[in-house]
Design a protein around this ligand. Sequence first.
Ligand code: ATP
Length: 386
Amino acid sequence: MASIRLKNLVKKYGDGFPAVNDISIDIEDGEFIILVGPSGCGKSTLLRMIVGLEDITSGDLYINDERVNSKAPRDRNLAMVFQNYALYPHLTVYENIAFPLRLAKGKHSEEEVDRLVTGAAETLELTDHLQRKPANLSGGQRQRVAMGRAIVRQADAFLFDEPLSNLDAKLRGQMRSEISQMQRRLGTTSVYVTHDQTEAMTLGDRVAVLKKGELQQIASPRELYEQPVNLFVAGFIGSPSMNFLPATIEGGKLQTALGALDIPADRAAKAEGRKVVLVGVRPEFFEDAKLVDEAKKPHGSTFTATLTHTEWLGNEQYGYINFDPAPEVRELLNNLAREMDADELRPQVVVTLDAASRIRGGRESEIWLDTRKLHLFDAETGENLT
Ligand code: ATP
């Protein structure tokens, strides 16, 4: 097994904008790290630099404290699992899994190959399928064969490049938990690239969020969710997304399109001196004011709003509040959308309501907001001030 250390890694293609810009991450032995970000953020390039398929423009890459910048991919002892599985259609499952062992000619006896392949097949519950060809397997089973190959090589680390993106939603969910359980069982250091924040949040010990080649934040899923360092991370992590409301601070209150909100003094103090801030609130911090626990109520603010509509999901409901932004606020939302790589940011707030709530669209309703949970972001730099 291996620790992997990235130190100030840079990748430039030609003289263009760096695809990877000064990224440093220490990956501990046995850790499961996710690289996540929108298309083009450099996550695949970074993975390919680790495995040796891409030259490093500058910076240092260490595997188990050995600098491996110029080491050939085959000498790094890392196993890559690709999106398209790269299975050989004419070979059986057994031979596909055995392939990397046969490639290392003469290194493994026939008994050893058999022991490793049947062992991996058992771990992956493929024992009954060893004589089948890939065409006769489901997408999930093919995925497991691809992982079997990585396992028999007894590689120091597994590198996954969006391995689940070809699967349908249900199978993706299943494979996600299989990969997670297997990684925990084997304890093999793993680096996993995805653009899917659900995969990122459910699989990783730590998640590295990238944007335009730069590392925005690396933290546990919980910390990313609760303490995003900036607007980009806050908007990228969580579904439905965090709401952003432009606000001014006057007399210790936030003046927003939803009305005046009381905020705890320590939060207001952090935004002192700034005229405009962006308030970030996750949908679940809103509640139907009628259903809020009396003991909790003083810790928030109640406001009146007319929801456009609600969506009932069985265990909860989503409610939508549109607001009419002043021109300068609209401009701010446009800038914000650019910052977040989104097409547009609608002047809309999404709230999660209890399934029992009677609030419906088209009527004035009282909504409560837990103001202890809101974030304040610098409207220009996007930095989280709270
Ligand atoms: P995706 O999710 O779409 O695969 P990504 O986050 O993995 O995106 P990369 O594939 O790492 O992004 O690409 C990062 C940047 O580097 C992009 O702007 C891309 O156009 C550029 N890039 C990648 N490979 C090359 C190449 N071989 N030559 C020139 N530019 C490249």
